[in-house]
Design a protein around this ligand. Structure first.
Ligand code: AMP
Ligand code: TRP
Length: 347
C-alpha cells in the first residue's frame, strides 16, 4: 500500500524595507532555498507589513522588486514555487481583519518587536504596527501553511500565530465541525529556526541584531555589497583581544567572536564546532581574512545576479503577478471557508 504523503506547506515573508543583509540571508533566505526540495513553498514580499512604518512610495516599489530579485538570485525557483507580493492577494488583509477580532489586546501587548519598534514615542506608532502580528498570522494561515522558516526574532510572532489558530478553532468549534473539519480548521504552524546563524548580530556590537535600519552601514553586510566592501566591513568588525577558542563553550560571553564564527558556519553550511576545529587558537586577523573570502565567494554572485534581474522590472512584475495568481488559487477557497465558519454571507 502506498504511504499517504503528509502534506506540508511552507510559507515565509520578507519585508521590502531596503538593505537586505547577511542576517536575512542566513536566517531566512538560505532556508527558503533548501526547503524547496521537499515542500510546496510560498515566499512572499510582505509590502503590507512594510507600510506599518512610513515608506517612500517609489522606494517601496523598488524594494519590493529587489527582495524578489534576491529570492531568485539566491536560488528560489518561481516556476516551481510561488513568489509574490502580499498586497496582490487581498485575502491577507481580509483574514487579518478577522484575526484582529480573535487576538486579544493582552497578547499583542507582550510583543517585544512592537515595543522595540515603537520605542518611547508609542502614542505616535501606527495602529498597523500594533496589529502587525495578526497580519503575519493571516499570511501563514491563509494558505494553511504548516512550516515557517524564520530568524530567531520572529519566534514570538509565530507563537502568537499558533494562539490565534487555536482560539479560532475553539471559538468556532461548532461551525468548524459542521463544515467537516473535525481536527480544527487552521493548522498550528511550526516555526523552523535552525542552524548556526538564526540571529546574526551587528558587526560593530555583538549585543545588537544586524538590522536593515541601522544608521551605520558598517554594522551589516548587504547582499549587494562588492568584494571590497565585504572585506572592509569584516576587517573592521569588532572583536576581542583573545584568539579564537577551540571549543564552542569558549565562545560564551564573547558575543562578537560567537557572531563571526556563527556567520562563518552559516556561510560554509557547517557547524560552529567544525569552524573552531579549523580556526581554534587562530588570531582574528587570519580568521577574518578567511571569512571575508568566504563571504565574498557566497554573496557577490548573488549581488551580481540581483543587479541583472533588477535591470528588467517588467519581468520581475510578471513573476510577481503570476505568483499572485497561483497564491489566489490556494487562498480563495480557504478564505471562503473561513467566512462560512464565521457566519459571513458571501455570494
Ligand atoms: P525582515 O527583514 O524583518 O522582513 O526579516 C526577514 C527574515 O529575516 C525574517 O525571517 C527574520 O527573522 C530574518 N532576519 C532578520 N534579521 C535577522 C538577523 N539579524 N539574523 C537572522 N535572521 C534575521
Ligand atoms: N514579520 C516578519 C519579519 O519582519 C516578516 C513576515 C511577515 C513573515 N509575514 C510573515 C515571516 C509570515 C514569516 C511568515 O521578519
Amino acid at each position: 500500500m502506498q504511504k499517504a504523503k503528509t502534506r506540508t506547506r511552507v510559507f515565509s515573508g520578507v519585508q521590502p524595507t531596503g538593505n537586505l543583509h547577511l542576517g536575512n540571508y542566513l536566517g531566512a533566505i538560505t532556508k527558503f532555498v533548501a526547503l524547496q526540495e521537499e515542500h510546496d513553498c510560498l515566499y512572499c514580499v510582505v509590502d503590507l507589513h512594510a507600510i506599518t512604518v512610513f515608506q517612500d512610495p517609489d522606494a517601496l516599489t523598488k524594494n519590493t522588486r529587489e527582495v524578489t530579485a534576491a529570492f531568485i538570485a539566491s536560488g528560489i525557483d518561481p516556476a516551481r514555487h510561488i513568489v509574490f507580493n502580499q498586497s496582490q492577494v487581498s485575502g491577507h488583509a481580509e483574514l487579518a481583519w478577522i484575526f484582529n477580532c480573535v487576538a486579544r489586546l493582552g497578547w499583542l501587548n507582550r510583543m517585544t518587536q512592537f515595543k522595540e519598534k515603537a520605542g518611547k514615542d508609542r502614542e505616535n506608532a501606527s495602529a498597523g504596527l500594533y496589529v502587525y502580528p495578526n497580519l503575519m498570522a493571516a499570511d501563514i494561515l491563509l494558505y494553511h501553511a504548516t512550516h515557517v522558516p524564520v530568524g530567531d526574532d520572529q519566534k514570538q510572532h509565530l507563537e502568537l500565530a499558533r494562539d490565534i489558530a487555536q482560539k479560532f478553532n475553539n471559538d468556532f468549534a461548532a461551525t468548524i465541525a459542521r463544515a467537516g473539519y473535525p481536527g480544527g480548521f487552521f493548522p498550528l504552524p511550526e516555526p523552523l529556526i535552525t542552524g548556526p546563524a538564526t540571529r546574526v548580530m551587528s558587526l560593530r556590537d555583538g549585543m545588537r541584531k544586524m538590522s536593515k535600519s541601522d544608521e551605520s552601514d558598517m554594522t551589516r553586510i548587504n547582499l549587494t555589497d562588492d568584494e571590497d566592501a565585504i572585506a572592509k566591513k569584516i576587517k573592521k568588525a569588532k572583536t576581542d583581544p583573545e584568539p579564537l577558542p577551540s571549543e564552542v563553550k569558549g565562545l560564551e560571553a564573547r558575543p562578537e567572536a560567537d557572531n563571526l564564527v556563527g556567520i562563518y558556519a552559516g556561510l560554509a553550511d557547517t557547524s560552529k564546532e567544525t569552524v573552531l576545529r579549523e580556526f581554534g587558537n587562530a588570531p582574528f586577523s587570519r580568521f577574518k581574512e578567511a571569512l571575508a573570502e568566504l563571504a565574498a565567494a557566497r554573496l557577490t554572485p548573488i549581488g551580481k545576479e540581483m543587479r541583472r534581474l533588477m535591470a528588467d522590472p517588467v519581468e520581475i512584475d510578471r513573476i510577481l503577478a503570476e505568483g499572485a495568481r497561483r497564491a489566489h488559487a490556494i487562498a480563495d477557497p480557504i478564505l471562503a471557508a473561513t467566512k462560512d465558519i464565521v457566519g459571513l454571507i458571501r455570494s
